[in-house]
Design a protein around this ligand. Sequence first.
Ligand code: PLP
Length: 432
Amino acid sequence: MNEKGLLEEEILAELSFFSNQDTNFKKVLSSMCTIPHPIAIAAYYQFIHSNIGDPGLFRGTAEMEKRVIEMAADVLNHSDPSTAFGHITSGGTESNIEAVYHMKSRFLASRECSKGNKNSNKNKNGNKSDDECSAENEKGCLRLNLVLPKTAHFSFEKIANLLDIELKKADIDPLFRTVPESVTSLIDENTIGLIGIAGNTEFGECDPIDALSEIACRYRLPLHIDAAFGGFIYPFLETSRPGFGTEFAFDLPGVTSVSLDPHKMGLSVIPAGILVFRNESILNQSLDKIRVKTPYLTGRYQSTITGTRPAAAAAAAYAVMKHLGREGYRQNVAYCMRLTDVFRKELEKVGLHPYSEPQINIVTVPVGDGKDPSDDREKTDKIRSLLLEKYGWNVSVARTIPALRFVLMPHVTEEDVIGVISDLKKLLDAEI
Ligand code: PLP
């Protein structure tokens, strides 16, 4: 660190040096984030100093967070949004961590592996203590598991490591949606819960959440829906779209929690995720485990993963959700879907086809000849690099199949869509 402070102008010049290296989202068709709505930015600045983690000092902020959760629960078809329980998080990863954490705690509590049993080797029902459970866990006798689709976001790999949970990956159908029979076949006595995805990262597909809900009810397991991307899309699709009316949220009785990200299609500022549980009481003892007394703060307890939390994120989400309303989000989704249609048509003109008919604004396009997956992957990676090096386009690749992946976010224009496909065609004609 420098000994003497620098002048403001010098610092601002330095900051420009850094920010000039960042994208301004021009020619970016790889990101699931976008330029925030101006009202979200204004709200963010207004609450830049506020901490939702200290709700007594920041009462207005705490109230605003409650209202964001209620609005989200309403969008997610909760029958009584005022009874939903949740938090603003830093995004999809944190929401997923917290949801799975509660599944694990609930599972251990249901086996009466609670702290209260610590002193006795076996409680009165003959169940094991926490220490015994951990010891068994280490030996691999009691390896808890989570059943999720193969298409689940990589955040679940982190969760498996953090929470010492085995991931049991259910088969997917040709449209990359989880196969309910495969989910059922993977459930065993150590399964802590199920995951469904509404808008998977690579293909934008939605799992059959109604079938997963039925399985969750049958096996009495919690079901978390990762709608980080799709949560601000499915409820707002035009009636003519095939994905319109997709059920993925609280109207299905087995769904216990849903996450959706304002910092993706919610048009808010990074970092902002929303995690909504059906109600507080379903968390029961699991909440007790994470809830800690906060004697030196104004609130009595904290039950979130993080402590100090940016209220600015809640303010931004609140502002943009209120400002756009359902109508505004419908327009936003309609714009992205129109772009997706154009993209689809432009692809066809050059003899390319998406792997599957896009339900939402993600299009995955194979560019290999389909003979050898490793050759196809190599070609796909090369084309991705050349699109950037020669033409400045940022696109991504899928991992489940060798294919280019394009996300048609609100910052993308029709001109971009036409331009990127024309450049892609040039590369393919050059027989890369
Ligand atoms: N879940 C899904 C379906 C996602 O697509 C993503 C990110 O792309 C995440 C979770 C993780 O979100 P974040 O990067 O905001 O933590």
